[in-house]
Every structure is written in C-alpha cells, then in structure tokens.
Design a protein around this ligand. Sequence first.
Ligand SMILES: Cc1ncc(COP(=O)(O)O)c(C=O)c1O
Length: 288
Amino acid sequence: MNSTNGYWSMCIEEIQKSLESAKKNNINVKSIVVINPGNPTGQVLSIDNMKKIVEFCDKNNLVILADEVYQDNVYMANKKFTSFRKVIKEMGTETELFSFQSLSKGFYGECGIRGGYMELMNIDKEVKEQILKLASIMLCSSTLGQIAMELVLNPPSPDMPSFPIFIKEKTEILSALKRKALLMHDLLNNMDNITCNYVEGAMYAMPCVKLSQKACDAAKNAGLSPDKFYVIKALEETGIILVPGSGFGQRPGTFHFRITVLSPEESFRELLLSFKGFNDNFHKQYRD
Ligand SMILES: Cc1ncc(COP(=O)(O)O)c(C=O)c1O
C-alpha cells in the first residue's frame, strides 16, 4: 500500500515485487488475498484498483480470495463498496474468485454467533466437488449462526412490520461508526509526530508515528522493535491496546500502529485524548 495525500492506495508494482520475490524463494504462488474494505488500513479499493488486481491475477494465473467482510462499513461519501464478483462480471473475464462474508462485521457485528459464507465464481467443477466434500465432513456452523446469516442476506423489506426499527438500528450503528472514524482521523492528526490517512471504511486506522533515535535506542535496550516498544508503553500507561505495524509488513524505516473505531462512542473522545496525553509525553521523554 502507498500512502499519498492522506489516502492509502493499492500499488500493483509492490504486488508484482512480492510475487517475484516468492518465486525466487521457490514458492508456488496460487492465489492473492485482498481485504476490501481493508484491515488494517481502512482503505476502500477503487474500481480501477480492482480491475488492475483482476488483470494481474489473469496474467499470473492466480485465484482471488476476496475478504469482503467489511462491505457494509464504508464511511466516506465519495467511496463505495464494489464486489470483486461485479468487477469480474463486468470485465467479462474467467478469473477464479472465492469471496468471503461474515456475521462478525458490518452493522450486525455478531462475532460470537459464528456464521459466514464463501461464494465461488469461475471455480472448476472438480474443485467445487472437493470443497463440498470437505465441508460435508466438518462440523457445521451453529443453527443460530445459519439463521443470522440468512437474515443478513435477506433483511426486512419495506412491507414488513420490523422494517422501520431495522433501518433505525442499522442507520444508528453505521452513523456512530462513521462519526468515530472521522473523530479518530481528526484527533490523531492533532497529536505530536502522528499522521493518519482517512478512515474510508472497515473499522481501523493505521497511523504513522515518527519515532526518534532516542526512542529507537530505548526499544533496542528493551529487546523490542521501536513500534512494539511504543505500543507496549501505550498499553502500560493508558490501557489501550494497539497492534504494531511490523505485524502487517510496514515499509522498512517507517513505524505504524493499528487502532480500531470499536470502543463505545460515549467514551471514544476521552479514550483518544488519553492516548494523546500518552503520545505527546512519549515524544517529550524521548526527544533527540
Ligand atoms: C478481514 C477480516 N476477515 C475476517 C475476520 C474474522 O471473521 P470471523 O469472525 O467470521 O472469523 C476478521 C476479523 O477481524 C477480519 O478483519
């Protein structure tokens, strides 16, 4: 991913480099995983970006594994979720696609119920038979999970008595996530040495934090990478759990962390301000 003018963007050249490096290491690459809207960046792919991925997969004979579990979580007015299924259909290609959806995200957020589905497109008949065989010998999702997934696929229609309350709850949940995404972007960009791209969708931001040489040296003494050192200090001082960017393959020499918009709205501003207190003090303490 590239970061330009406050937005994340997919970079096909980087994907090409990864493929070449895997081939050099004798890895037989069969597929590419695309998370859209993205975890950890919160980016929503443009149709142009998606077409490039499809062309890349066709050229290199790769299957697309499209993790589209955040498809309802788009917060910016100029952004829209488009499925890989639609893009492939419109391009008229034979690209092989597995698309994933889950009850855990969206506005339903029912992680505990455990339900989801996988949709196959342009997949060979024999491969499908093997998948069906494998699925048949495994334990299935709970009955509750299957019912809930069916409800996500077939939500109340306008003629149903539950429609008004369904729309009200859906709008309230998605609006709160959107407000938190905007607030997080604004407040993070007001903190010392932090820059944060727009949170276009999903449930995350992946800000960049500039760490001084003094902080990097302290991390080394503690036997940690600089970004891990920073997030552990944040946890110890504020109780806020962040994920260090090194776990996501950040560009060498840069430091990031992932933060979510999932905390309750009533205390969200307070939580971010407590993080600001930690961050600004950290940079004072480790100033070069
Ligand atoms: C991109 C993505 N896919 C899937 C999942 C998990 O889905 P499930 O709860 O259905 O296992 C997550 C959870 O964080 C996720 O971020």
